[in-house]
Design a protein around this ligand. Structure first.
Ligand code: SAH
Length: 395
C-alpha cells in the first residue's frame, strides 16, 4: 500500500475538500510511490482522507482523485468522470451558434491536471500533472471515444509541466488534423484555431460569452482592442456594428491569425486596423497622438500566475487601465480583464479604482465578467476562479 501521511493538524484543507496537498503538510510517504502513482492520504491520527496522485517533483505533492475510500482509481473511474463532464456541457453546447467548448476543466471536473478543449471536430487534450500523465493512454482513449471527434491532439507543453518534472509533449494522438487546420464557430463567427502552436490549446475559450457581450455593445462605436490574440473581441465588435476597431498585439503570429479570421467571416475589413506593438507603449503613443475611443478592451496575459507576482502585476494593470481610461471619451466603456490567479476580483477592482483616481476621471461599474459556464468553479477550489473583468463607464 502506498501511503502519504500528513503532519498532525494539516488535514484541515482536505476536510474542506480542497484537492491539493502541499509538500509542507506531508509528514511521511510510505511504499515508495513513483510519479503519478495513487497514494492513500491519511491524517496524522491514521484517518483515511482521500486517494490522490503523488507528484514528487512538485510543491503540490499530491492531488485528490477521490474522497471515497471504497472507490478505485483506474481508467474506468476517469472515464466516468469524463462522461459526467461531457454530460454537464451537453445543454451548453446547444446554446448559441458555437461548436467549441472546454469539455474538462481540471479540478472543477474532478480531473486534476486534465484539460480537454473541443474545436469543431478536433479535440485537444492537455495533461499538466504527474497524476494526469500516469493515465495518459486511458484518458486519450476515453476522450477519443466519448467526444466522437475525428482528431485527438495532445498539447501537453505548458510551462507548469516543468514544475512536475514532466517533459513537453505535443502531437496528433488519433486521426489527423484537417488539411486546412482546425476550425470552429463561436456565437456565429468562424475561426481557424492553431492547435499545434497557438496559445493554451489554441484559443481562449473562457472569454466566449464576454466577447459576445462586448461585441453587442460596439454598435456605432470606435473600438480599441488591446491584446487581441486571434481577433475574438475584434470580430465580435465588427459583427456588433462597430464603426471601427483598432486591434493591438505584440505577436506577429497572433495578428496573422486574427487577420485570417476576419477574412473567414463576412465582415467589413475596411473597418479594421491592426497594430503590431507593445500595448504599454502603444497606449502612450495613442495618447500622444490625441486619439480617443468609445469602447476599449484590455485582455492582457496573466501578469501574476501566483501570489508572489501580485505587486508587479498590480502595477501593470494600473498602468494600462489608467492610460485606457484617459483614452476614453466621456460615457465611453472600458471592458477590463485579469486572468491572474494571484489577483482576486476584489483586488482587481481596487487597482482599477486607483487607476481612475490617478487618471482623474470618474468611472462607474456597469457590468462584471467571469469565465464562461464550461469553465466551472468548484466551490472548495477557489483557485479555479481566475478570470475576472469589469465593465466601466467613464463619467
Ligand atoms: N483577447 C484575446 C486573448 C488575449 S491573450 C481573445 O479573446 O482571444 C493575450 C495576448 O496578449 C496574446 O495574444 C499576446 O501575444 C499578447 N501580448 C502579451 N504581452 C503583450 C504586450 N506587452 N503588448 C501587446 N500584446 C501582448
Amino acid at each position: 500500500m502506498k501511503l502519504l501521511i500528513l503532519k498532525s493538524g494539516r488535514e484541515k484543507s482536505l476536510l474542506r475538500r480542497h484537492p491539493w496537498i502541499f509538500s509542507g503538510a506531508v509528514a511521511c510517504v510510505q511504499g515508495d510511490p513513483g510519479p503519478g502513482d495513487t497514494v492513500a492520504v491519511r491524517a496524522g491520527g491514521g484517518e483515511f482522507l482521500a486517494w490522490a496522485a503523488y507528484s514528487p517533483a512538485s510543491q503540490i505533492r499530491a492531488r485528490v482523485w477521490s474522497w471515497d475510500e471504497g472507490e478505485t482509481v483506474d481508467g474506468d473511474l476517469l472515464r466516468a468522470r469524463l462522461r459526467r463532464a461531457l454530460a454537464a456541457r451537453e445543454r451548453l453546447l446547444s446554446l448559441g451558434d458555437s461548436d467549441a467548448m472546454r469539455l474538462v476543466h481540471g479540478e472543477s471536473d474532478a480531473l486534476p491536471g486534465v484539460v480537454v478543449d473541443r474545436y469543431g471536430d478536433v479535440v485537444v487534450l492537455q495533461l499538466l500533472t504527474a497524476g494526469a500523465e500516469r493515465w495518459r493512454s486511458e484518458l486519450a482513449e476515453a476522450v477519443r471515444e466519448l467526444s466522437g471527434c475525428a482528431c485527438v491532439y495532445e498539447r501537453s507543453d505548458a510551462d507548469v509541466r516543468g514544475l512536475e518534472g514532466l517533459p513537453v509533449r505535443s502531437g496528433v494522438l488519433h486521426g489527423s488534423l484537417p488539411a486546412a487546420g482546425a476550425h470552429m464557430r463561436e456565437h456565429g463567427l468562424s475561426y481557424g484555431v492553431d492547435v499545434a502552436a497557438g496559445h493554451k490549446t489554441g484559443f481562449y475559450l473562457d472569454q466566449r460569452d464576454n466577447r459576445k457581450q462586448v461585441g453587442d455593445l460596439a454598435r456605432g462605436r470606435e473600438v480599441l482592442n488591446c491584446f487581441c490574440y486571434s481577433g475574438g473581441f475584434t470580430l465580435n465588435a465588427l459583427a456588433g456594428g462597430a464603426q471601427s476597431v483598432l486591434s493591438v498585439d505584440s505577436s506577429a503570429e497572433a495578428l496573422a491569425l486574427a487577420r485570417a479570421n476576419l477574412q473567414r467571416n463576412d465582415l467589413d475589413a475596411a473597418r479594421a486596423e491592426w497594430q503590431d506593438a507593445d500595448v504599454f507603449k502603444h497606449l502612450r503613443a495613442l495618447r500622444d497622438q490625441g486619439r480617443s475611443f468609445d469602447l476599449i478592451v484590455l485582455d492582457p496575459p496573466k501578469f501574476a500566475p501566483t501570489a508572489a507576482f501580485v505587486e508587479k502585476a498590480a502595477r501593470g494593470y494600473k498602468d494600462i487601465n489608467l492610460l485606457a481610461l484617459k483614452l476614453l471619451r466621456p460615457d465611453g466603456l472600458l471592458a477590463s480583464f485579469s486572468c491572474s490567479g494571484g489577483v482576486s476580483a476584489e483586488l482587481f477592482q481596487k487597482i482599477l479604482a486607483g487607476a481612475a483616481l490617478d487618471a482623474d476621471v470618474d468611472a462607474t461599474i456597469v457590468g462584471r465578467f467571469a469565465a464562461a459556464a464550461d469553465h466551472p468553479v468548484l466551490l472548495s477550489f477557489p483557485e479555479g476562479d481566475y478570470l475576472k473583468g469589469l465593465l466601466l463607464r467613464r463619467g
